[in-house]
Ligand binder design. Structure first.
Ligand code: PLP
Length: 397
């Protein structure tokens, strides 16, 4: 069996850079005490590392106040904090059909239980939403616009700067889900008119699972919907209002944040633009190779300019799951199949009826050879599917 070809970077980056594993183990062994709870030296070092990572990430997102960078479990957790903390009964929210369930489900929950009204802006046939469609839906009670920056199914990158500008003009808070983009392409709070960035650490930021959070711009109000220990001002009965405590609860993920710190430094050392260029080159090879195969259907891959290295496809006559299983079992290629937690994307591209699509997510460690092997594998699978379809038609006829 060939070595594993890992093309599931859309789900998580693997393996992590060596520095991430080393930092997680080394830091946790040496300083694995509860940060910010006491004043002894180890505790100060542990707290210092968290503060250093807040600063690093604040600079990474071009924020201005590192205390407004809060850590939570992942994007899902961070988006729950934001969405439940920003909307109330009677409010209106606008989002898109490109969203992951980490946005769709909190909004659905609020729409069914708290009479929050939600509009979903569809994407066009190339995979992009348009700012003017948001403008048409904005109302006096619109209190939130939330947009997935880069689609985890079709890879298209949305015009967040323009959508953000519209929101800014009307005083509507603008949240982006940067799960697929942070660490691949710039996510810039100031330049792109963003109010809240939700991020996850374990994808292109190269950190471990169980890390993520929010950056919240000054002047944006997120109520705390949880309460608990903060390690400071313990006599106060109410949960603290000030950041970062306002949105952080209990002991955080010290080894995870140490790993995230190393992951971001690794991206900076490698240069994010160079990584993106490498991935786009491989995506173009993959797209062109797959496009030349009879029976392969690609979704929204025509224009790769505003695109991250995520590609969805199907083989005519095969279920996505079957293609994925053959890629795994016969070729040792790891990918993701199904609906990718983004059911409305599949409804719109029509793949919901055939149980989704196959997704390849390309990362910094992938090579041209791996892409050629993958194209050859898909070609063989498509050819044998065609032969099977031909012989069963002959048998029937
Ligand atoms: C666009 C998008 N949003 C949110 C998420 C959820 O990320 P996590 O599982 O880290 O919370 C993902 C992960 O697949 C994603 O791709």
């Amino acid at each position: 069996m060939n070595d594993l070809i890992y093309l599931d970077y859309g789900a998580t980056s693997f393996p992590k850079p060596e520095e991430v594993y080393r930092q997680m183990e080394g830091f946790y062994r040496s300083y694995g005490v509860n940060p910010g709870r006491s004043g002894y030296d180890m505790c100060m070092v542990a707290g210092g590392m968290i503060e250093d990572t807040r600063k690093l990430m604040t600079r990474f997102f071009n924020g201005t106040d590192y205390n407004r960078l809060i850590f939570s479990l992942n994007t899902t957790d961070a988006l729950n904090l934001a969405i439940f903390g920003m909307l109330q009964s009677g409010d209106h929210a606008i989002t898109t059909t490109l969203e992951h369930n980490s946005v769709l489900r909190p909004l659905y929950h609020l729409s069914t239980r708290n009479s929050v009204e939600v509009d979903h802006i569809p994407f066009d046939n190339k995979g992009f939403v348009h700012p003017e469609d948001f403008a048409k839906k904005m109302k006096n009670n619109t209190r939130l616009v939330v947009v997935n920056h880069g689609s985890n199914v079709i890879g298209t990158v949305q015009p967040i700067k323009e959508i953000g500008a519209l929101c800014r003009e009307r005083g509507i808070p603008f949240v982006i889900d940067s799960s697929q983009t942070a660490g691949k392409i710039p996510v810039d709070l100031q330049e792109q008119n963003i109010d809240v960035i939700a991020f996850t650490g374990h994808k292109s930021l190269m950190g471990p699972m169980g890390t993520g959070g929010l950056y919240v711009r000054e002047g944006i109000e997120i109520r705390h919907t949880r309460a608990g220990g903060t390690g400071v001002r313990s006599a106060v009965r109410e949960h603290l209002e000030e950041y970062p405590y306002r949105l952080e609860y209990g002991t955080g993920n010290l080894p995870g944040i140490a790993g995230l710190n190393a992951g971001i430094k690794w991206i900076q050392k490698k240069d994010m633009h160079a990584i993106h260029e490498h991935e786009t080159k491989l995506l173009t090879l993959l797209r062109d190779g797959l496009r030349s195969i009879d029976g392969v259907i690609l979704y929204c891959q025509d224009d790769l300019k505003d695109h991250i290295a995520v590609l969805a496809f199907n083989i005519d006559g095969l279920e996505a799951l079957d293609t994925g299983t053959m890629l795994d079992v016969d070729y040792n290629i790891a990918c993701r199949t199904g609906l990718h937690c983004a059911p409305l994307v599949h409804e719109q591209i029509g793949t919901d009826k055939i149980h989704g699509a196959v997704r390849f997510g390309i990362g910094p460690d992938n090579t041209e050879d791996q892409i050629s092997t993958t194209i050859a594998a898909v070609r063989e699978i498509a050819e044998s599917a065609k032969k099977r379809a031909g012989s069963s038609a002959r048998a029937r006829g």
